[in-house]
Design a protein around this ligand. Structure first.
Ligand SMILES: C[S@@+](CC[C@H](N)C(=O)[O-])C[C@H]1O[C@@H](n2cnc3c(N)ncnc32)[C@H](O)[C@@H]1O
Length: 426
């Protein structure tokens, strides 16, 4: 009830503010004479351009509105909140909620535009006070005002969310649900994982053979482990949350309710060159992976010793959608990535997958953070530890994943880690 009350008040204030700014901007543009003398065609072009401007402002306020909804359950748009709440009753998928709440927001903003059209064209038709061209210029001015308003609203909303100290993201400690994650992301082999597994399967050919490997931030998943199983002597699986490791234990122990990874095993074998892997080949790779997964351990990328008491270096470290998927800060990502790279022994291999250019992704409708990473960030950091000639960083577009909150991924393979610098005694 309080959230609805806050939304109604915010909605009323924002409608009033938008009306005032748009009217003032429209009238000012006409009165200034800046665009007087335009013919009808040019006036239409100016109006079209003003819509582009408006769309730009709107994208800022839409992003802020989503963060506001996710972190406080309120909105500056009644229709957006209604769409968000209704969608939340019939789906837990964040992508759908986001799309519907954005649609509600845009429809409401468009509805607020209609009085301007009626007013401007009504006046143009019914009297000689303004011409048709002036009506269009007025609307273009109103759109420019709306763009400025949406931009300012978006920026101030984000600022206020920050001040309130409420992060718009869900917490791993309190809100992460392994079963939900598996349902949302691993019911089928989707585009992001088709690319990631293919990349890792190929890169694994170049990792040091018959030495231990670590999967850092494995989550409740096994799909990246199958590609390492035939090369590593043993595999250690590390995650921050015990509930994720419990899910892995269920699979290792062959419990009935464990997640079914067979489609992912089959896909891995295909990437390794098996055209049509038999059921036996799939079972054998599962068995091999179970046998090689010798250690489960708790890890923390924010700890200077991420493996705590089990701290050691590995010939191969694989980390996928972990460091980038557990922070919204690029500085934090860098600091944590350096700790993970520190687990690779000199001469060893690092394999990384990360979300590209996104502020977050959704699990069960909850937003988890991402630092808007670019391939250049990854490349810059890895160059400090690996020779250029043994470094590959690739961005892959995965538009199919947009409902999850991202549409590109970054894949990296790096071999031959430089030895850490030795401290010289003064
Ligand atoms: C999106 S999941 C990725 C899981 C898996 N690698 C995958 O590809 O599906 C992000 C993982 O980061 C882990 N994580 C969160 N905070 C962490 C921290 N401080 N240190 C290490 N891992 C963390 C979570 O437990 C979770 O398993």
């Amino acid at each position: 009830m309080e959230k609805w009350a806050a939304t109604i008040i915010a909605n009323a204030i924002s409608t009033y503010a938008l009306d005032t700014i748009c009217t003032a901007a429209g009238v000012l543009l006409v009165a200034s004479g800046l665009l007087s003398g335009l013919d009808f065609r040019d006036a239409v072009i100016i109006l079209a351009l003003s819509y582009l401007l408006w769309a730009g402002g709107l994208s800022t306020s839409l992003a802020a509105n989503w963060r506001l909804l996710e972190s406080t359950g309120t909105s500056t748009s009644l229709l957006s909140k209604l769409a968000y709440d209704v969608a939340g009753h019939w789906t837990r998928r964040g992508g759908i909620r986001r799309t519907l709440s954005a649609a509600g927001y845009v429809v409401f903003e468009l509805a607020k535009e209609s009085p301007y059209y009626l007013g401007a064209f009504g006046l143009a038709f019914a009297s000689d006070v303004i011409s048709g061209e002036e009506a269009l210029v007025f609307l273009a001015g109103a759109n420019a005002g709306a763009a400025a308003y949406e931009f300012a609203l978006g920026r101030s909303t984000r600022f206020l969310i920050g001040i309130a100290g409420k992060t718009p993201y869900a917490s791993f400690e309190e809100e992460w649900e392994p079963a939900q994650y598996l349902t949302d992301y691993y019911s089928t082999v989707d585009a992001d994982e088709r690319n990631t597994i293919a990349f890792f399967a190929e890169a694994a050919r170049r990792m040091p053979a018959d030495e231990p490997a670590l999967v850092f931030g494995v989550g409740p998943t096994l799909h990246h482990v199958f590609a390492l199983a035939s090369r590593a002597s043993e595999i250690h699986l590390g995650d921050y949350l015990q509930c994720n490791l419990d899910e892995i234990t269920r699979w290792i122990e062959g419990e009935e309710e464990a997640h079914d990874w067979q489609p992912f095993v089959r896909y891995t074998l295909r990437c390794e060159g098996g055209d049509n892997p038999s059921g036996t080949a799939v079972l054998e790779r599962e068995q091999l992976t179970r046998a090689k997964s010798t250690t489960l351990l708790r890890v923390d990328m924010r700890n200077d010793r991420p493996l705590a008491g089990a701290q050691q270096c590995y010939a191969t470290v694989l980390t996928a959608y972990c460091v980038d998927s557990a922070t919204d800060s690029l500085d934090d990502w860098q600091a944590c990535m350096r700790r993970v790279v520190g687990l690779v022994r000199p001469g060893g291999t690092l394999l990384v997958a990360a979300l590209g250019r996104t502020r977050g992704y959704f699990v069960g409708g909850k937003a988890f953070p991402s630092p808007f990473l670019e391939a250049a960030d990854m490349e810059k950091l890895l160059r400090d530890y690996f020779p250029d000639s043994a470094l590959t960083v690739r961005t892959v577009s995965v538009p199919e994943c947009t409902p999850h909150g991202f549409s590109s991924i970054i894949l990296a393979e790096a071999h031959g880690r430089f030895p850490p610098p030795t401290l010289v005694q003064a």
